[in-house]
Design a protein around this ligand. Sequence first.
Ligand code: PEP
Ligand code: MN
Length: 332
Amino acid sequence: MIIVMEKNSERSALEAHLNEKGYEVHTLEGGDDVLLHVVGDTNALEAQAISSHEGVKKVIRTKEPYRYVNKPRESGPFLIGEQSLDTMLPFYIAGPCSVESEDQIMEIAKKVKEAGAHALRGGAFKPRSSPHSFQGLEKEGLMHLKNAARAHGLFAVSEIMDKEDLPLFEESVDIIQVGARNMQNYTLLKALGKSRKPVLLKRGFANTVEEWLLSAEYLMMHGNDRIILCERGIRTFEPSSRHTLDLGGMLTAKQTTHLPVIVDPSHAAGDYRLVEGLSRASIAAGADGLMIEVHANPFQALSDGAQSLKPKRFAKLLRSLHAFDKHNKHFP
Ligand code: PEP
Ligand code: MN
């Protein structure tokens, strides 16, 4: 960290404070400023508090704010169930926004498996904007999801909203999803950090990449290193899609961490007509997989029908992705 101070400002109290906390302080004088180079684990220092000290013009962080997510993985293969994620890339998660009935999820499971998906998604606890909208089948929905996934050799993925439900999720799903709205629910993240299940961490729609990675940092700091990041679009001024897919953000996350990063084009688009193009762009850009909403009868869906692909269209999309996939050995 560099603290830029006015030339003749009183700085002994600040230096003493930093030394007392265990930091080395090197001073560079000359010109109109005095620079204090603070050496040590400066992530724990509150830059804003320091900038309130008299004479401080600027505080510049020279280190990334991470201790875990930017380090290479050391604990062996990233397992989903018993299978290494590396052998499944690009990793395709598909299914309805919500589990609506036993038959509905069973039918979609069959179709997405045939199309080549690895995992079956289906919300059972739904974070709906309106309390009057369908809220999900809750525990029963998770059971239907689990049975449909098991019956078709798929991994089950579903969103958790409350840490009290963690035992239920641990026995029902293979990957626990944290939705955009809960990306900064730190109590939930701490609880999931202690879980032995992989976590799919969606980016909040009003969050920076740094905030997203710091949420992943919570999970890792509390012991869970099996995190899949998921870019799902951010809120911008542009109304032509529900959210704006941030592929630059996806790449920044990939370049900053060693975590797998997938893309959810469905929630970014809000319209099924945009999903295929966004999927191809994501895979071509180097995403490690996709999460796509698929529904047999989108017009009857209880949530997110407008952005759901019909199974046939989904199957066609997956076939078309090979050409853009760097894991495909035929890729140039
Ligand atoms: C979902 O996956 O159904 C969902 C609610 O997504 P997000 O949290 O990205 O809005
Ligand atoms: Mn949805």
